[in-house]
Design a protein around this ligand. Structure first.
Ligand code: ADP
Ligand code: PHD
Length: 433
């Protein structure tokens, strides 16, 4: 069994591909026309912008403010989708429809109770996970319902199976426990037909819900695929595949038909938001190919990410907004030493800030991180005794991978660069836009 692969296909559908009843019916069509009897596990994100809506509701509840309207809106939104789906099959499956409404109602009752239990005295991040996780539970119910009309489909709660630690909002997976749980629970279910489960979620040993980081459903698909030794993973997006830039931000993008894990990991790391950065490593470790395909044009080729050699790629452009540049100077104007760096890195880790770029000069050290106000404030408190600190928020980090002179000129022209850095393959700069 050690390195054996199964014939399991893992499909991941994100928020855009399940945004309403019509989108879910399109998903069903994709499953019917592409799977051809092979075992299939489907990982589903929350519908549309539901996770943002739940974040807002949680913020209100935590602040002790009224959130009833927002919950009602969310409920109406899911009910509308349920009505749209059940209308399609009204005459044939009345019993199933009733079950769907019961399941949704139960999740909303649980959400109501969880909101009542929110208290500013308890850990913010831990309570966040208990609320924000409902989007995936609801969406997966709707998808399982729609598919069940075509083929017996099982809805699976992934939280008892994807075991994480208590690193709330970015649970770290316990791979051995998760692999043992999944390999025991999932194969028997797959024998009966497709299995629909949630992205983004996990659970602790004490059965508290955790989340894996915003946009983490791609990563969930990779966790399932790794543990179940899937044949391949397909993530269905609203773009033609992995492109050399985000088409919402750049004109004239080109699709990569084939690309290596390594190149893709780097693009995701620098901020290409089409794939969650943690997705690639588990797949590369078990040589599981990843396809990025369009749910708007399922027959089109998309992008195949796998072990491969390819000629040099056209430059890729990546824009990462919401950046913050922090500079530290030692208070006595002494040179920045290794001891200083140890303290700074330790504090960054404690404040849970990830470095996107760093630069050292004689008496100062600068890092660029994603701007999360509470975390940056925590860092400043940790370091204020030893360093003079300055910071600039609202910055944008641009990365050009596989750059040439023309691509640098194209992107930097007319801009004031606050910091720039160049390696053999990557050019990065920070600007205020
Ligand atoms: N290099 C890229 N190639 C393709 N799409 C990209 C790239 N970089 C960013 N994107 C954006 O990623 C979006 C798809 O990802 P995302 O919105 O997270 O999908 P979902 O939430 O449905 O899984 C696209 O609509 C596109 O705007
Ligand atoms: N719903 C979660 C997880 C996720 O991955 O969503 P999507 O696949 O739509 O990016 C979020 O919005 O963060």
């Amino acid at each position: 069994m050690a390195n054996e692969r199964t014939d399991l296909q893992v499909y991941k559908f994100g928020g855009a591909s399940v945004k309403d009843a019509a989108a879910i019916l399109n998903l069903k069509h994709i499953v019917e026309t592409t799977v051809q009897g092979r075992p299939l596990l489907i990982v589903v994100s929350a519908m549309g912008k539901t996770t943002n809506a739940l974040e807002e509701i949680y913020g209100l509840a935590y602040a002790g403010e009224d959130y009833d309207n927002q919950v009602k809106h969310l409920k109406d939104f899911h009910w509308l989708a349920a009505a749209g789906l059940s209308q399609e099959y009204a005459t044939t499956r009345a019993g199933d429809t009733e079950n769907l409404y019961d399941d949704l109602e139960e999740h909303f009752e649980e959400l109501d109770q969880a909101l009542v239990d929110i208290s500013p005295r308890h850990d913010y991040d831990q309570q966040y996970d208990q609320i924000v996780s409902f989007g995936e539970l609801l969406a997966s119910r709707l998808v399982a319902f729609a598919l069940n009309l075509y083929h017996k489909t099982t809805w699976l709660d992934c939280r008892p199976l994807i075991r994480t630690d208590r690193n709330w909002r970015e649970g770290r997976v316990n791979w051995s426990v998760t692999e043992a749980a999944l390999t025991k629970a999932v194969p028997p279910l797959l024998k009966a037909g497709p299995v629909v489960t949630q992205g983004f979620l996990g659970g602790t040993v004490r059965k508290a819900t955790t989340t894996l980081g915003r946009e983490g459903s791609d990563y969930s698909a990779a966790i399932f695929a790794y543990c179940l030794r899937a044949e391949s993973v397909t993530i269905w997006k609203d773009v033609a595949g992995l492109l050399n830039a985000d088409p919402k931000l750049f004109a004239d993008t080109v699709r990569y038909p084939e690309i290596s894990y390594q190149e893709t990991i780097e693009m995701a790391y620098y901020g290409a938001s089409v794939i969650h950065p943690k997705t690639l490593k588990p797949l590369a470790d078990r040589h599981i190919p990843l396809r990025v395909k369009s749910f708007l044009d399922p027959a089109a080729a998309g992008t195949l990410i796998h072990d491969c050699q390819h000629p040099p790629l056209v430059p890729a452009f990546i824009r990462k907004g919401g950046q913050c540049l922090l500079s530290f100077e030692s208070k006595d104007f002494a040179f920045i030493s290794e001891e200083n760096l140890e303290v700074i890195f330790g504090a960054l880790a404690q404040a849970r800030l990830k470095i996107n770029l760093m630069q050292n000069s004689a008496i100062s050290f600068s890092v660029c991180v994603d701007y999360a106000e509470a975390r940056v404030q925590r860092l400043l408190v940790l370091l204020q005794g030893q360093f003079r600190t300055h910071y600039n928020a609202d910055l944008t980090l641009f990365t050009i991978k596989n750059y040439d002179q023309a691509s640098i000129e194209q992107l930097t022209s007319g801009r004031v660069l606050l910091l720039e850095q160049r390696t053999r393959s990557t050019f990065q700069f920070l600007v205020r836009e």
